[in-house]
Write a protein that binds this ligand. Structure first.
Ligand code: C2E
Ligand code: MG
Ligand code: MG
Ligand code: MG
Length: 278
């Protein structure tokens, strides 16, 4: 009967909800052990400038789980954002990235940069300016080699506060980047209000749609606009030669995507892109 059917369906959803909750609870309960046990590390996805040179990349967290192996951020970032754990993880990853910058600096590679992600939640839970300036002072590297990626959600929640913060960070020498540009609702509005160094064009634009001509026209004009506003353009998610050619013609400055390289361990990255003597 319909009644049975409905109640079956409800218990099915119930069961699924319970399973999700349990699974999430499991992940949450493992977090601190994992953090202290060094299970989180970052991979680097190289960024290639239009002239073909690699001088840095984005630090992307990976959870190296003792039983499950490598867990991609897609499986835990959202949960950590919901529960606030993300801020602890971010601080940890930033510190690791800064130690890496310090090491490169000491090894004579002071021209390499790393880009780190800042979760919208971090703006509530910490004094971001203090955290990053202290990291620079503690580890000794050039602030310009640390690129800070922020998203629209962060800006939207408290625009005035974030504008002030971004200005201060840039004054100190950090490069500030708008991540996932174009994926949200008020990207253009944000360009009006807030000065940043770089926009990272969201890969959604590159996905093949039925109306490729339209999306290419948007991309081309966003690149043009960004340059008029004095910003560099990084395109994320570049997967084909055709995309690279088209984006080069449009004036994209930097590429990041599987076409060039997937995120890789620091070890692989150094091996491939940083020449070391001896
Ligand atoms: P994001 O910051 O926009 O990073 C780019 C994502 O796109 C990465 O996914 C990268 O592997 C992926 N990607 C790059 N090129 C291509 C491509 O050509 N094709 C496809 N299909 N994907 C490409 P990943 O590493 O899985 O990270 C996903 C998201 O998780 C990141 O998006 C970022 O929002 C978040 N995330 C990663 N690490 C951290 C972190 O340490 N802290 C915070 N707060 N968020 C992080
Ligand atoms: Mg990013
Ligand atoms: Mg992005
Ligand atoms: Mg993202």
């Amino acid at each position: 009967t319909i009644k049975d059917d409905v109640s079956n369906r409800i218990s099915y959803y119930d069961k699924e909800l319970r399973e999700t909750a349990l699974k999430e609870q499991g992940i949450i309960s493992q977090f601190h052990d994992a953090l202290e046990g060094g299970q989180f590390c970052f991979y680097i996805q190289p960024q290639i400038s239009a002239d073909g040179v690699v001088r840095g990349g984005e630090a992307l967290v990976r959870w190296i789980h003792p039983e499950r192996g490598m867990i991609p951020p897609g499986e835990f970032i959202e949960l950590f954002e919901r529960t606030g754990l993300i801020s602890e993880l971010d601080r940890y990853i930033w510190e690791k990235a800064c130690i890496q910058l310090r090491d490169w600096c000491r090894q004579g590679h002071a021209d390499f940069y790393l880009s780190v992600n800042i979760s919208p939640r971090d703006f509530y839970y910490m004094d971001i300016y203090k955290v990053f300036t202290q990291l620079v002072q503690k580890h000794g590297f050039e602030a310009k080699n640390l690129h800070l990626e922020i998203t629209e959600t962060a800006v939207m929640s408290d625009t005035k506060k974030v504008i002030r913060l971004v200005n201060k960070l840039r004054q100190y020498g950090f490069k500030v980047e708008m991540d996932d540009f174009g994926s949200g609702y008020s990207s253009l509005n944000m360009l009006k209000d807030i000065k940043m160094d770089t926009i990272k064009l969201d890969m959604g634009f590159l996905r093949k749609t039925r109306n490729n001509e339209r999306s290419m026209s948007i991309v081309s004009n966003v690149i043009h606009l960004s340059k008029r506003l004095g910003m560099e353009v990084v395109t994320e998610g570049v997967e084909t030669r055709e995309q690279v050619d088209a984006l080069t013609m449009m004036g994209c400055d930097v590429f990041q995507g599987y076409y060039f390289a997937k995120p890789m361990s620091v070890w692989d990255y150094e091996d491939k892109y940083i020449s070391t003597e001896g």
